[in-house]
Design a binder for this molecule. Structure first.
Ligand code: NAP
Length: 674
């Protein structure tokens, strides 16, 4: 089989013979890969001219729905991907992380996009900034999608997840993508992209695929383009310095290798629940995906006097890891992705073994179940011991991208932190302890060197997602050697593909641009109560200025009686006056919120279906008996729910007193029928 690229809306097969790809388990030839003959500049232009505009015609929510439909479509076909994934050497569990983990990332981004982004073409960033005396001149930051192409260059170990975790934020942002999978496992990425294209869910031009070299693609990168690279630090550094990327300030995101550590807290003794957790976690990280995970634990940092116990327990557990063809019953660890990878890993183990002692496993021997140890890319898990970690370089510098980890002793917390930092920047770290103070010391010391840290104890172990699993909600990336990148992290990950712009101008102008009513903008009080308008009839700025209501002491007492809130400042004049903030018995803040509803609600049945909460509630000034209050109630933002017959309406609610001073301000959140 010759792998094909998907360029300018068509499948393309190079006429040249290319690199031969082999089955990780059997060693049989399975595919050839070459991108010779592709016009890379034309691909980039096609993405920018066709894919970008087509995607950006949709709103954030409409694109989020595409992700959901795509996820469903792929999930229905997942067995095809599992079958193909066997050739990468993966067990069913390994493939699950790659295939269903990747598809789930689409689902999660779809949900987050619809919950946390507006259903619009522009996304406000943060709150309005008050920058003038009267408010006639104001400011608001916004995000808009970049207009170039998002190129993703991926590592071989996650052919599906690696592609989908980058596709989700780019689609949501509104940028077209060119995917370049690592050659070794590109057959699985190609299969999945074939199904994505067949689904017709993404608009034309929004997704292209290069199977093989990227040719001169990077020469054509511009400042509206992005390149997100996952792979070794060496390749990443080379690409980051590409002249076009440097000259044009192309956004370059790098997720590189890292020598992640897991620290066993000084409080944890053999026999405790946390000790068992540590042994499980390190073993799992060494053997899942045959250790081919950028987040895997490469350095197990353990109190010096417990090294022996940990070494023994780990060795016993690793001895139970059956290696072989994942189709065979009882096999726990499959093969590396290819013989080339095995050669690389063994060469790295050799470097590690020059300074450290191998205490479990072997570089040359492995018992393989159901397959040939010669033809398949199998290797035994290898555990090393580093005797002198402060003065040994390899353990903190050499990444063996396989089932390999090194035990490192430490004397005290300070040394554990120093050793963690010697990895010079990591994607993920973990601290396993039952003591919150130990956790705090280690985490605060190690956090500046990490993108993510798992703090594991017995309480959270059952539901823990583990040291090595990046989650769409959380940042994936890390400083220094890890590449300095930050992908995923929920909507943070989407913002990489958008430009942030500070807007300054009059409130009316900025309201019109941002689809959000801003303080100081015109209120439309046309005499029709806004609760009588349907979602489609409502416009941003539609407002109600309510009747006035004077607060009495009886009101305060009645509210105290009804709610049971008899805090002294509401009930006792002398005590209230001793309080530095009040001059008299003060009205309950929650009473103000309630009476405001009494002023702005239109009681008859109508399009407003429900009030589902408040945001940003602030009590700005005290209210006393005798004060006269009035509410300014303004339609601030509308979020059309694409698949429902209602939308969400956010109302700016400002309560003012007889002097025109704001006493409370918040957003009321309602559901309104279309
Ligand atoms: P790699 O050799 O650096 O390759 C990574 C990607 O770069 C591949 O797609 C490769 O394509 C491509 N590439 C290589 N040279 C290129 C060039 N001159 N121009 C354009 N593209 C080029 O890494 P790998 O062996 O695939 O992956 C293993 C490494 O990735 C490990 O070190 C691991 O720690 C790291 N990794 C990091 C993360 C993370 O999220 N931080 C995740 C997974 C893996 P070809 O395959 O066609 O050469």
């Amino acid at each position: 089989m010759k792998l094909q690229s998907y360029a300018e809306g068509e499948w393309y097969q190079s006429s040249e013979s290319g690199q031969v790809l082999r089955h990780a388990i059997t060693g049989a030839d399975i595919a050839e890969i070459s991108s010779d003959g592709l016009d890379f500049q034309a691909m980039a232009d096609y993405a920018r001219r066709t894919g970008g505009p087509a995607l950006r015609r949709y709103t954030f929510h409409q694109r989020a729905l595409m992700l959901k439909y795509l996820a469903k479509y792929l999930m229905e076909r997942k067995e095809l991907f599992y079958e193909c994934s066997k050739a990468t050497g993966a067990t069913r569990t390994d493939s699950w992380i790659d295939i269903e983990g990747g598809i789930t990332t689409l689902f999660i981004y779809s949900g987050k996009g619809r919950r946390e982004m507006p259903n619009s073409h522009v996304m406000p960033d943060g709150e309005q900034e008050q920058i003038s005396r009267t408010g006639a001149f104001t400011a608001q930051h916004i995000y808009t999608p970049l207009q170039g192409v998002a190129v993703q260059i991926n590592a071989f170990n996650f052919p599906c997840w690696g592609m989908l975790e980058k596709l989700a934020p780019t689609v949501l942002a509104g940028m077209p993508t060119i995917v370049k999978p690592a050659s070794q496992t590109a057959f699985l990425t190609e299969l999945m992209i074939r199904h994505i294209i067949e689904s017709n869910i993404l608009p034309e031009g929004s997704l292209q695929l290069i199977c093989g070299s990227t040719g001169d693609l990077l020469d054509h990168m511009d400042y509206q383009d992005t390149v997100s690279f996952t792979g070794s630090a060496q390749t990443g550094l080379k690409l980051k310095q590409h002249p076009a990327i440097v000259q044009n300030n192309t956004r370059f995101f790098m997720e590189a290798d890292s020598l992640n550590c897991s620290i066993l807290g000084s409080d944890v003794q053999p026999g405790s629940a946390e000790f068992e957790l540590y042994i499980k976690e390190v073993t799992r990280e060494m053997t899942v995906k045959a250790g081919q995970k950028c987040t895997a634990i490469r350095r197990a940092i353990v109190p010096k006097d417990r090294i022996h116990a940990v070494a023994e327990a780990l060795s016993a557990r690793l001895a139970k890891t059956t290696v072989g063809d994942p189709d065979q019953e009882g096999v726990r660890m499959g093969a590396l992705a290819g013989l080339g990878q095995r050669t690389d890993v063994l060469a790295q183990v050799q470097k590690l073994a020059a300074e450290n002692e191998i205490i479990f496993g072997s570089m040359s021997e492995v018992d393989v179940l159901g397959a040939s140890a010669e033809s398949g890319a199998f290797m035994s898990p290898v555990l090393l011991y580093c005797n002198n970690p402060q003065h040994t370089a390899a353990v903190h510098n050499v990444e063996a991208f396989g089932p390999v980890s090194t035990l490192i002793p430490y004397e005290d917390d300070e040394e554990a932190i120093a050793l963690a930092a010697m990895g010079k920047g990591s994607l993920a770290g973990s601290v396993i302890t039952a003591d919150p103070q130990v956790a705090r010391t280690l985490v605060l010391g190690a956090a500046p060197h990490h993108g993510r840290i798992l703090v594991l104890n017995e309480t959270c172990a059952k539901e823990s997602t583990g040291h090595g699993s990046p989650l769409p909600h959380l940042i994936h990336g890390g400083p220094g050697r890890a590449g300095g990148g930050e992908e995923l992290g929920g909507i943070r990950g989407v913002k990489h593909y958008m430009q942030r712009t500070a807007l300054q101008g009059s409130p009316d102008m900025l309201s019109a641009i941002t689809d959000t009513w801003l303080q100081g903008a015109t209120r439309n009080t046309d005499g029709i109560h806004p609760f009588r308008k349907t979602f489609s009839q409502l416009e941003i700025g539609d407002a109600l200025i309510t009747d006035k209501r004077t607060i009495t002491l009886e009101d305060i007492e009645a509210f105290a009686e009804l709610s049971g809130d008899k805090f002294y400042a509401h009930m006792d004049k002398a005590a209230a006056q001793r309080n530095p903030f009040f001059e008299d018995r003060v009205a309950h803040g929650y009473f103000l919120v309630s009476l405001a509803a009494g002023l702005f609600v239109d009681p008859e049945e109508g399009p407003v279906l429900a009030n589902y909460g408040l945001d940003h509630l602030r009590f700005a000034a005290p209210v006393y008996a005798g004060d006269e209050l009035q509410v300014q109630f303004t339609c601030k933002q509308k979020v059309n729910r694409e698949t429902e017959d209602y939308g969400e309406v956010r109302w700016d609610t400002t309560i003012v007193n007889q002097e025109g001073n704001v006493v409370a301000n918040y957003d009321v959140l309602t559901l309104v029928a279309k």
